[in-house]
Design a protein around this ligand. Structure first.
Ligand code: FMN
Length: 572
């Protein structure tokens, strides 16, 4: 294994390793990247993985992020004369993997770029120079010689519309780019420590793959048709070699449970226009948190018949404003308008591509057709911030909670009377959880809080899956647990139980001071503890969040914790 470091401060390093016969990985390790797309939860950096396969002909699979330009080309030149590479396989055109394609084409103008039809189209707009190309369809093969026969698997929407997987029949490695990846940077090339990578693997799935769960299942079906898969060479994080079955099984399980959801929300936008992809994914994350499924549709390429059918069966629809000049997208939008029904929920977001139409005429049309506007239009004034993405997520949750409101009420009523009363005898204290991650802050009143361990000092908190604060309570996140005082909690309780608009500042008018970990300590709390999330257990509609406690203080030594007694077990 070879490691080339740029500067210790920047912590961008390259790792090169032979992963199979004739096959080398070049992993660009981005140790400190703390934000990626919509996953403001990113804790552990990320990697961009590129691969060199040498048969009689040579193929390069994906490149790297442009911030690795120097390091990447130094590394690649050390391995091969770049001009002699025959094929550049583009798994998809997102800039973190294709950021250096233009450079490769300059050095190796004779190279043939291999990709899906959509990827090649996107690439034309990206590189602005003619290049040799080979468009591949599902099942197409490319023989590199020495047994390296590559087979292509079309996997649209995982997570970009133009995605393909590549399977090498000799090494039985499947190159999947974003799919099965995770944002996790370590020296370990492989998935050796399953426990360490699991939270990031799941979080990545939830943010990027769950919104397209149907497409994930289609891709898995196509993967089943391949002979044995020895290794999954992902584009981010460790390569999967030790736990291929387990981790692909998780994708299958999670996607099956998503698609079983009775309620679906359609998100209609033009992919690759303005900030549409990231905003749409943030909205989808907020929707999926409630157990409602999403279908993400590119208005530019959708089949109008399918679009009409989908809109008809959606409980809610969200529109990302398409460019005024894109005729295909405008026609598709007309089809959406013709297919919507009364009582569906609707929301609109701007995409900031510079050619957006005003949103209000469209919103008024939906209103006049009897749809319920579930959240205020999400406007884009500048480059989206973490706060804007959080607002999108909360808007998605609000819309999904509205479309499932009848079901939620029915579920609450369905407990047997005796059981309900017995369960209601379980009581708890009253606490406010406050969290801050980057610029994003949130808070929630909680009573399902209990000490869970002495060594290490730990507490568990049950957090409903669709809570706004849930995305700030991922493994590794830090927050403050504020304990409310008997006789002095009404004001804080009332404040934090207000219905906040998506993205609202929940601390306005509340006296706070920052804890060491940055989260707000409430000045009127009886005590506070600084906590770090250690693990999360799936408990149906809640996450049991287990956290270690590493600091804390009491403001009044004689003060008593506020207790919350309940009458019934199906409310807090
Ligand atoms: C007495 C009481 C105790 C609560 N305890 C919890 C709890 O332990 N876990 C939880 O997820 N929600 C709990 N809730 C609900 C949330 O405090 C509150 O409804 C929520 O913050 C609003 O949702 P949002 O933050 O996603 O906008 C409790 C509510 C009340 C009234």
């Amino acid at each position: 294994m070879v490691t080339v470091t740029q500067t210790p401060q920047k912590r961008l390093t390259m790792q090169v390793e032979e992963i199979a016969v004739d096959t080398t990985t070049m992993r660009s390790l981005d140790w400190d990247r703390d934000r990626f797309d919509i996953e403001y939860g990113l804790q552990n950096g990320t990697t961009y993985n590129s691969f060199l396969i040498r048969g009689e002909k040579v193929a390069l699979v994906d490149t790297s992020h442009e911030k690795f330009r120097q390091l990447y080309f130094d590394t690649l030149t050390g391995l091969i004369d770049i001009a002699s590479i025959d094929y550049l396989i583009i798994s998809h055109t997102e800039p973190d993997h294709s950021g250096l394609v233009r450079d490769v084409l300059q050095i190796a103008p004779e190279i043939t770029v291999v990709g899906s039809k959509v990827a090649i189209q996107f690439l034309e707009n990206l590189v602005h120079t003619p290049f040799k190309r080979q468009i591949v369809k599902n099942g197409d093969r490319l023989d590199l010689g020495h047994g390296h026969e590559l087979e292509f698997v079309i996997a649209p929407n995982l997570h970009w519309p133009d995605t393909i997987f590549t399977f090498d029949h000799k090494t039985q490695i499947l190159y999947t780019c974003d799919a099965f990846g995770l944002h996790y940077c370590s020296d370990d090339t492989f998935d050796t420590n399953l426990e360490a990578i699991s939270p990031d693997f799941q979080y990545y799935y939830e943010c990027l793959m769950a919104p397209n769960a149907r497409s994930v299942l289609s891709a898995l079906k196509r993967m089943d048709e391949l002979t044995h898969i020895e290794m999954i060479a992902t584009g981010h994080g460790p390569l999967l070699r030790n736990h291929v079955q387990e981790l692909t099984g998780r994708y299958r399980r999670w996607s099956q449970s998503q698609t079983k959801a009775e309620t679906t929300v359609g998100i209609f936008y033009v992919s690759e226009y303005g900030y549409s992809d990231n905003l749409a994914h943030a909205l989808a994350t907020g929707i999926n948190k409630t157990g409602v499924a999403t279908e993400m549709v590119d208005l530019k390429t959708v089949d109008l018949q399918e679009l009409q059918e989908l809109v008809g069966r959606c409980a809610g629809i969200i529109i990302g404003m398409p460019p005024a000049s894109n005729q295909a997208a405008q026609t598709a939008l007309g089809t959406v308008l013709g297919a919507v029904k009364e009582k569906q929920a609707v929301g609109i977001f701007e995409t900031g591509g510079g050619d957006d139409e005003p949103t209000y005429p469209l919103l008024n049309k939906f209103r006049s057709l009897g749809l319920h506007v579930a959240f205020p239009v999400i406007e884009i004034r500048e480059t989206p911030t973490d706060n804007l993405y959080k607002r999108c997520e909360e808007s998605g949750t609000d819309l999904a909670q509205w479309v499932t409101r009848d079901k939620s009420i029915k579920q609450m009523k369905s407990l047997g009377a005796d059981l309900d009363k017995a369960l209601g005898r379980i009581s708890g204290g009253l606490y406010i959880i406050t969290a801050k991650k980057g610029d994003v802050k949130s808070a929630m009143l909680a009573s399902w809080v209990t000490q869970a361990s002495f060594k290490p000092l730990g507490v568990s908190i049950a957090v409903a899956k669709d809570r706004a604060i849930e995305s700030l309570m991922q493994v590794g996140d830090k927050f403050v647990l504020n304990v409310l005082e008997e006789g002095n909690y009404q004001g804080l309780m009332k404040h934090f139980l207000k219905r906040f608009a998506p993205g609202a500042d929940r601390f306005e008018g509340v006296r706070t001071q920052p804890a060491e970990n940055g989260a707000p300590i409430l000045a009127d709390a009886l005590a506070y503890m600084e906590c770090e999330v250690a693990s999360r257990l799936d408990a149906g509609d809640h996450w049991i969040v287990y956290c270690t406690v590493y600091a804390g203080r009491v403001s009044k030594p004689e003060g008593v914790t506020a207790v919350h007694h309940r009458k019934v077990g199906n409310h807090y």
